[in-house]
Design a binder for this molecule. Structure first.
Ligand SMILES: *Cc1c(COP(=O)(O)O)cnc(C)c1O
Length: 496
């Protein structure tokens, strides 16, 4: 098992090196050379395990530099009952006999990013030792809202690591902003960027590919890494919850091992759903993967036509973590489905960078539409779903999860049938109070924190502890930088 680049198959890195680097020097994404398979008997074994054991069982197959005990220790610390409201990291909730929600947001920052970002810092710290890296690490993050907070929380006060987070000034919810600007820890920095998420993300990518900047850092004893889902160490922990959800449904008598199961995934950067694809490739009986998009429906169009076109209007929607036009992880899927054709992928990515799009060949287009269904929901449909889920099932969904349920509704209307389906529920409704209150017919007043109370009284539910804990915290970070000044800001953050 080694790691190679989607743009150059001559690259050969160990797993610890891949986690430390985050991104290949050629700009490609790092991928494992093999995908071990789980036979039915292996899935039967997973069924009897706890979530930390399941996570370690999946991760150990891809991380030969780590021992099983080491990984299990990390998984117990990351997914221990004390960190997750209700005690479980990835519980499945039944809505009816064919419809389930895989709730991944009971962790410290109330979004599914915690699953990966409670694990990545442990993997990365250990990788520093395993590779003999002597420099410290500076993690740069561009966030559409949830990754930033989850990364800050995961990396806070981790030795030998500094972390800087950029979020789009007008692109995150009040609660998300409050979560980030009040972050504690001696090694963290946060700034907003004048622009949207793609501006923040391309600013970070520019810093990564700036050789002069890297040389300066190197002289200061630092190296860059990423906590975005382009890092393999972030994607890998996400494969585990697909296996776990399947096992839980078998254990609950909803499925028999071997039965097909559909997943609907609210998608932005294509990380979450790619983990589902990898789980399927490893032998999990996933039948269909539904890629749900909001009004920024670049992926829906791509799955349906084979044309990726990022040159389009950008919409700031009520599901901001999915307001993304350049879905980085798609590159890994294309690499895999093209039979690891690095030259072909390099060509597509060059075309994306230079002209804002590319069209895949018929072969790839066929593979993609066999495996994935792309469905988009607009703002009205998303809002209507929140109300419908509440009245039909007493289920309170956030805006992102509602996009997923809206896509499922459309699929079932088109199919005229209801296959057993898990919708991946990606955030607490309390992270997006304003939109949820409006969808339920209320009138949001007040600012970030007051909205938590309004949603509580409207629904008779309680805001998660970590969000209630924001009360009384003062903002530590208020800088807003222009997108071409991000590198300078990083330097001053690092004291250079
Ligand atoms: C990040 C995020 C998504 C999108 O996930 P990707 O892995 O980027 O596709 C969806 N919903 C929420 C709440 C998120 O934070």
């Amino acid at each position: 098992m080694y790691y190679t680049s989607t743009r150059d198959k001559n690259v050969r890195l160990s797993d610890a090196e891949a986690i430390l680097k985050g991104l290949s020097d050629d700009g490609g994404l790092l991928v494992p050379s093999e995908f071990p398979r789980f036979a039915t008997a292996d899935i039967e074994l997973l069924r009897k395990m706890t979530y930390p054991q399941r996570a370690a069982s999946v991760m150990e197959l891809f991380l030969p530099d780590f021992t099983r005990d080491e990984l299990y220790g990390m998984a117990k610390a990351a997914y221990g009952a004390d960190k997750w409201d209700g005690g479980l990291a990835a519980p499945v909730r039944k809505l009816d006999g064919a419809t389930y929600a895989l709730e991944l947001w009971h962790g410290p920052t109330c979004a599914f990013k915690d699953i990966a970002l409670q694990m990545l810092p442990r993997l990365l710290s250990a990788s520093l030792g395993k590779t003999g890296e002597t420099r410290d690490v500076c993690i740069l993050v561009a966030t559409s809202g949830d990754t930033g907070k989850a990364a800050l929380e995961g990396f806070r006060d981790v030795p030998r690591v500094k972390i800087a987070v950029f979020f789009p000034r007008d692109g995150v919810s009040d609660v998300q902003k409050l979560q980030m600007t009040t972050q504690e820890g001696g090694n963290v920095g946060v700034a907003s960027v004048g622009g949207n998420f793609d501006d923040a993300q391309s600013g970070v990518k520019r810093i990564f590919s700036d050789a002069a900047f890297r040389a300066e850092l190197n002289a200061a004893g630092l190296t860059l890494s990423s906590a975005n889902s382009i890092n393999w160490g972030r994607l890998l922990p996400q494969i585990a919850y697909y296996f776990s959800a399947y096992c839980d449904l078998v254990n609950a008598g909803e499925l028999e091992t071997g039965d097909p199961l559909d997943f609907v995934v609210p998608t932005g950067n294509f990380g979450n759903i790619l983990a589902g694809y990898y789980a399927r490739k490893m032998g999990l009986p996933i039948w269909r993967l539904v890629c749900a998009s909001n009004k920024n429906d670049v992926l829906t169009e791509f799955i349906n036509t084979g044309r990726y076109n990022a040159k389009r209007g950008f919409y700031a929607t009520s599901s901001p973590s999915m307001d993304i036009l350049v879905s980085s992880n798609l590159e890994r899927l294309l690499f895999d489905l093209s039979g690891e054709d690095d030259a072909l992928i390099s060509g597509y990515m060059k075309s994306l960078a230079e002209s804002g799009g590319y069209t895949v060949n018929d072969d790839l287009k066929g593979h993609i539409s066999d495996l994935f269904t792309g469905i988009a929901c607009d703002e009205a449909e998303t809002s209507a779903q929140i109300a419908e889920l509440r009245s039909r099932f007493g289920y309170l969904a956030d805006t992102h999860t509602a996009v997923g349920f809206g896509a499922l509704k459309k699929l079932r209307e088109a199919d005229g049938a209801a296959a057993q389906t898990v919708v991946v529920s990606t955030a607490s409704p309390y992270k997006f109070c304003g939109s949820v209150i409006e969808a339920l017919g209320g009138q949001p007043r007040g600012d970030g924190f007051e909205l938590l109370g309004e949603l509580e009284s409207l629904t008779g539910t309680e805001a998660p502890r970590p969000l209630r804990g924001l009360l009384g915290k003062t903002a530590r970070f208020g800088d807003c930088v222009a997108k071409d000044e991000m590198a300078d800001w990083v330097k001053s953050f690092l004291g250079m």
